[in-house]
Each structure stands twice: as structure tokens, then as C-alpha cells.
Unconditional design. Structure first.
Length: 251
């Protein structure tokens, strides 16, 4: 017997203070709304391909597998199940940037390859960031030289504590490609302030119509809530297996 509906299990973002509603998104992009469903079901199935039959929802097929690790990466490899959340913001949703905490500042910089790699590792190692580590110096230098790419650095009393990367290559669109703080800077309100700075920097372009970002379950536990609290709305979830170095942090 064929299922009533088949597609990607989605969670409809109805606002940061509202409960998620479930839906199944078909291959044609049509949403079949399911309304409120148990949190346990959503956490287990969101981002998976599922089938709805006689009111019961079951997973269909296997999750795809991603391996961003370069061959020379040292340490034992393992796989973890990851949920990636894509979020977007329209101009009307952009918040007023909060004032910086005492001693904090943020600005766009012309980053060298070496400085960029330092920021990428210092912020991303605990969250298993590997993509840019696979890039050659020449490729990264060309990327950083593109005027449509912006690197913003947060400092505290003059010391770098985080960075944000904006990609404006698509007309009227901007992706917040990377954003984060170094581990020692978390838990003190710097993340919310610096995200507000990055959002304001993106919307400084009057032609911009859409700002978007994705986060995942490998990021900090407050990441998704912070993005939503500052105006981003989740519009897609994806679930997959990702290879990581089992020791816990990327070297």
C-alpha cells in the first residue's frame, strides 16, 4: 500500500517563543502540515525522509554520509549523526544592534591567509570545522581578496575573541558563512552582541533582500536559540552522518 505522503520531515518555525509544528515536504516542494507533534518524534525524525501512512510516520531509506576530513587528518575517525538547520531573515526582521559590552569591539578586516587560518581554527576546532582547512593557501588567498567576502573580527580589550564571514556573491543575498567565538569568550554575552554586529553589517547593503545562515548540532548548544532570538527563522532541516576526529576537537 502506498503511503499517504512521503518526503522530508520538517519543523515549521512559528517564532522563538512558539512551539514547532511538523510538516512533510514532498519532492515537489509542497508542504503537508501535520500541526503539533511530540517533541520526541521531531527530534528523532526532523531532516529525515519519512513516509506517513494511516497516521503513523516512519523513516525511509538511509542517511547520506559526509566526510570533510582531509586524508592527512590525524586521530581515530568516527561518525556522528548531525542535524543541520538553515535559517533566513528578511530586512523587516533585523534587530537593532545591541551596544558592545565593556572592552569589546568589532570591525571588518583585511585578513591574511595566516590570520584567517588562526581565526578558523581557534573558533571552529571544538565544532569540527574542516572545510576551509582543505583549501590551499592560493585558493584561500583568492577568496579573501574577493571584495564580496567580508571578514569581521570581534575583540575584547584588543584580543581577538571571534569572527564572522559574510558572502555577498549572490545578488540581493548574503550568507553568514561562518560565525563564532573562541571557547574562552563564550558565556558572557559576547555572542549575542557580535551576532547583532554581523547582522547589522550584512544589512548595511541597501540592495540586500535576504540574509541566511546554517547551524548544526555540532555547534554550541546556544547557537540555534541565539540565531532565532535575533530574528532568523528556520526554513529547512537536513540530517546526515558526518565523519569527525573522535578525540573531540580538530587539530
Amino acid at each position: 500500500m502506498s503511503p499517504d505522503h512521503q518526503g522530508r520531515y520538517e519543523a515549521r518555525d512559528r517564532g522563538v517563543d512558539q512551539p514547532w509544528h511538523a510538516a512533510i515536504v514532498g519532492d515537489d516542494g509542497a508542504w503537508h502540515e501535520l500541526g503539533p507533534r511530540p517533541d520526541e518524534e521531531r527530534q528523532a525524525l526532523v531532516g529525515r525522509r519519512v513516509a506517513l501512512r494511516d497516521g503513523a510516520i516512519t523513516p525511509v531509506g538511509a542517511l547520506r554520509r559526509l566526510d570533510p576530513l582531509p586524508l592527512e587528518a590525524r586521530g581515530p575517525r568516527t561518525e556522528v549523526e548531525v542535524v543541520q538547520v538553515s535559517l533566513e531573515m528578511a530586512r523587516a526582521q533585523a534587530p537593532a544592534p545591541p551596544p558592545p559590552p565593556p572592552g569589546a569591539a568589532a570591525a571588518a578586516v583585511h585578513a591574511s591567509v595566516r590570520f584567517y587560518r588562526y581565526l578558523y581554527d581557534a573558533v571552529g576546532a571544538p565544532h569540527h570545522w574542516w572545510d576551509r582547512k582543505r583549501w590551499s593557501d592560493d585558493r584561500l588567498e583568492a577568496w579573501l581578496a574577493d571584495p564580496r567576502i567580508e571578514i569581521h573580527v570581534a575583540t575584547e580589550h584588543g584580543t581577538p575573541v571571534g569572527y564572522a564571514e559574510l558572502d555577498r556573491r549572490e545578488p540581493a543575498s548574503c550568507e553568514l558563512v561562518y560565525f563564532g567565538l573562541m571557547p574562552e569568550a563564550t558565556g558572557r554575552g559576547l555572542g549575542r552582541w557580535f551576532l547583532g554586529h554581523a547582522i547589522a553589517a550584512a544589512w548595511a547593503d541597501p540592495a540586500l533582500a535576504r540574509l541566511w545562515v546554517h547551524t548544526c548540532s555540532l555547534d554550541g548548544p546556544a547557537a540555534l536559540h541565539t540565531y532565532r532570538r535575533l530574528g532568523f527563522v528556520a526554513y529547512r532541516h537536513d540530517r546526515f552522518y558526518q565523519a569527525i576526529i573522535a578525540a573531540g576537537t580538530a587539530p
